[in-house]
Design a protein around this ligand. Structure first.
Ligand code: SF4
Ligand code: SF4
Ligand code: SF4
Length: 325
């Protein structure tokens, strides 16, 4: 997908009041630059939709590990069943459904799951847009973290994220931004992502970015229907289970999108059907916005103004792509 000048300007003009207000805050101009790269020892997740059974154990584990409350909209029911990311939900399992839903991981008369969470972008827009460095990317692990004490509640990160991830807690007098931080507090204790630790099928596994890249290549080389071993919890746990390989679509979501992400996806169903924005450029929005800010505007425009325009244009492009089908 390409974003033309008209789309960008229209998105910018049609932006929210919050985004318009951003123009009054002008951080120091950034240097013209290209995409940032994945840190040498980066970690991440692989979510393989074909292994996911929709049990939502990862959602419960995420709530428990991050001390997140129940949603308010459950109307006296006994359990929490969020349908979207929210101020109390960092991780949600969604389902694609078509026709009779008889075929798992097929687009036609089928169904498939999608795990929605922060993708821990290699070159994150949220970090670029944040005027007070409350959003940061760890130089060693690559985890995109959030510092509630530094946050001023401007919500620039919400406007700038191309994947609609950060959520503002509107229902509390002391709101914060809510998003997955890859359970970095558990990593500090020698543990790892709670969602991966609890996933019974290995649909979500944790590992180094490099080891996950090798695992992705291994899975892509599998013949559909052939018996293969799939690890649970971590990519090198040795706790493998055997099952027939699914037929993957020839795309690894997060391999190239906007400079890549450290949470990557494999699926049997095209990613646009799962609800992820497709056709994104390989150049990160952060590098585009910081370069425009530096070279065109000499620092007189905040990165979030450019980022919000790019994100809005991308979603519009993604939507019209769906509408064209
Ligand atoms: S997915 Fe959104 S919130 Fe997460 S790192 Fe990327 S830009 Fe930031
Ligand atoms: S890594 Fe942690 S915070 Fe992120 S989705 Fe998994 S359990 Fe939730
Ligand atoms: S725990 Fe694993 S199998 Fe269950 S919903 Fe989450 S990712 Fe899917």
């Amino acid at each position: 997908m390409t974003i033309n000048r008209r789309d960008f300007l229209r998105a910018g003009v049609g932006g929210t009041a919050a985004v318009a207000a951003c123009a009054t805050m002008t951080p120091a101009p950034a240097e013209a630059r290209g995409n940032r790269t994945v840190p040498e020892n980066a970690v991440g997740l692989l979510y393989d939709s074909t292994l996911c059974i929709g049990c939502k154990a990862c959602m419960s584990a995420c709530k428990e590990a991050n001390n997140l409350g129940l949603e308010d909209n459950i109307g006296g029911k006994l359990w929490d069943s969020p349908l979207e990311l929210s101020g109390k939900t960092y991780n949600v399992i969604k389902v694609y459904q078509h026709g009779t839903m008889a075929n798992k991981d097929k687009a036609e008369n089928g169904f498939a799951h999608l795990k929605r969470q922060c993708l821990h972008c290699t070159d994150p827009s949220c970090v670029s847009a944040c005027p007070v460095t409350a959003m940061t990317k760890d130089p060693v692990t690559g985890v995109v973290g959030y510092d509630k004490d530094a946050c001023i509640g401007c919500r620039y990160c919400v406007a700038a994220c191309p994947f609609g991830v950060p959520q503002f807690q509107y229902d509390t007098p002391t709101p914060q931004i809510a998003k997955c931080q890859l359970c970095k507090h558990l990593m500090a204790e020698g543990k790892f992502a709670a969602c991966a630790a609890q996933c019974p099928t290995g649909a979500t596994i944790f590992g180094t970015h490099k080891a996950l890249s090798a695992e992705i290549e291994r899975r892509q080389a599998m013949k559909p229907g052939e018996a293969n071993l799939f690890p649970r919890r971590t990519v090198d746990s040795g706790d493998n289970h055997e099952r027939a390989a699914a037929e993957y679509v020839p795309q690894v979501y997060g391999a190239k999108e906007l400079g890549g992400t450290q949470v990557r996806y494999l699926s049997g169903v095209p990613f646009d059907k799962l609800g992820l924005p497709v056709g994104l450029p390989e150049r990160s929005y952060s590098s585009v916005s910081e370069t425009m800010q530096s070279t065109l505007y000499g620092g007189l425009i905040a990165p979030v103004v450019v980022l919000a325009g790019l994100v809005a244009a991308a979603w519009r492009g993604s939507k019209s792509h769906h509408d064209d089908e």
